[in-house]
Design a protein around this ligand. Structure first.
Ligand code: ZN
Ligand code: ZN
Length: 412
């Protein structure tokens, strides 16, 4: 079992650094039933920080699967008005949101992909308003992880149940910089400063495009939107005007691609868990900013359904750079979970952009942002394509070429 003190530190990280709940603010925690111990600690920490009210949404993976097995698609995809009202309540009260992620990468294996994507689409449509609330950083939001046995056994198949579970906890806490006898808040202050220094450098270069190339077969040019902003680490939320850390852990710096200018082929370097299934060894070919060809070794139909979500699902909303030698990739663990794997590898996201990656982007309407080259979609799905031999060359507006990555690592 995990040490109670470490779990308390982890809760402190989630509440004080992750969502950074403010005095008098409401907090919604969404998490799996298995994480009740962490959720109780987070609730206590939030009240100590001055939260006015903490609301909990429990979910249960086994029951999610049962619902897909027994409930008709038409019923399952229905989003009741009261559940939309609940989200409106969160927005109206400028509440912050903590999501405790604990996925079984194979949760929905064997369930019809069409059914899964039909349900997902309806839920995402209903969530559109809410997507804006988080992606535009109006309210603070944060995702942290909690282990479960199925996930642990997927990551450590050679260990027995108990060892695998303990090892996954260890990996989660290590990558989240939670250590015994160390101040987690100070550790994250330092970490955020380092990330900011990196994004500042990239902002200074103000690249027009990035060219990625490696031996897996990636040969891709990603245009960057004019007046883009590189971000990473802590972000500012406009609702309560305070800082927060959306992802724990995080190592990335990221910005907004120009949805008109993405050309070439990208090959995945890690599996992607989506719709409760794993998409492995896939490649996407872009022309003028759109995926025109794709293939995958496993679950190609899941990839297809994802790309068919809407028009924007075939373009990119994020490009993120991470050195191959980062604390997470140095662990050399495949987590089968994007929250971790994306921080061990350069990644791209299919779907919606973050408005804050454009100067003044948060003040633009959806249509204005789209016209400027920012992508719009119901989905935002990160996938990993970084490798130990990744080369990245940036091109500036005065046609200078600057090498940014050599052998998988930042050299600027
Ligand atoms: Zn990212
Ligand atoms: Zn992303």
């Amino acid at each position: 079992m995990i040490d109670e003190k470490l779990l308390e530190e982890y809760a402190k990280l989630a509440i004080r650094v992750g969502v950074n709940v403010q005095k008098g603010q409401m907090l919604l925690i969404q998490g799996p039933v298995e994480a009740y111990d962490l959720i109780r600690l987070c609730t206590k920490e939030a009240y100590k920080a001055g939260a006015s009210k903490v609301m909990i949404d429990y979910r249960d993976g086994d029951i999610t699967r049962m619902n897909y097995e027994y409930v008709d698609t038409d019923v399952l995809k229905e989003v009741p008005e009261w559940s939309k009202d609940k989200m409106r309540y969160i927005i109206e009260h400028k509440a912050c949101m903590l999501n405790i992620s604990s996925d079984d990468p194979d949760l929905l294996n064997g369930i019809d992909s069409e059914k899964i994507s039909a349900v997902r689409k309806e839920r995402m449509k209903a969530n559109k308003e809410f997507q804006y609330y988080t992606m535009s950083n109006v309210g603070q939001w944060s995702i942290i992880a909690y282990p479960n046995l199925k996930w642990a056994k997927k990551v450590f198949p050679d260990l027995n149940d108990e060892e695998a579970y303990a090892k996954l906890w260890e990996a989660i806490l290590y990558t989240s910089r939670v250590k015994a006898n160390e101040d987690v808040i100070k550790a994250w202050d330092d970490h955020n400063k380092e990330i900011k220094a990196h994004s500042a450098k990239l902002n200074e270069y103000n690249f027009r495009s990035l060219h990625f190339k490696n031996s897996l077969g990636t040969d891709l040019t990603v245009g960057l939107i004019k007046d883009h902003v590189w971000e990473g680490g802590a972000d500012r939320a406009s609702g309560y005007d305070c800082m927060f850390n959306p992802n724990i852990p995080t190592e990335e710096v990221f910005t907004m691609p120009d949805r008109y200018h993405i050309d070439g082929t990208v090959v995945s370097s890690k599996p992607l868990a989506y719709d409760g299934k794993l998409i492995e060894d896939f490649r996407l070919t872009f022309k003028d900013g759109k995926v025109v060809d794709f293939s995958a070794k496993t679950n190609e139909d899941v990839l297809k359904n994802m790309l068919d979500t809407d028009e924007g699902a075939r373009s990119l909303g994020e490009v993120a750079l991470i050195s191959h030698n980062s604390p997470i990739s140095d662990l050399n663990i495949l987590f089968y979970d994007t929250l971790f794997d994306e921080n061990a590898s350069c990644h791209l996201a299919l779907g919606a952009c973050y408005p804050t990656n454009l100067k003044g982007g948060s003040e633009l309407s959806e249509e204005e942002l789209y016209a400027k080259g920012g992508n719009n979609s119901l989905i935002h799905v990160d996938f990993m394509f970084g490798s130990s031999d990744m080369e990245i060359v940036g091109e500036t507006y005065d046609d200078k070429k600057v090498k940014i990555f050599e052998k998988g690592n930042f050299i600027i």
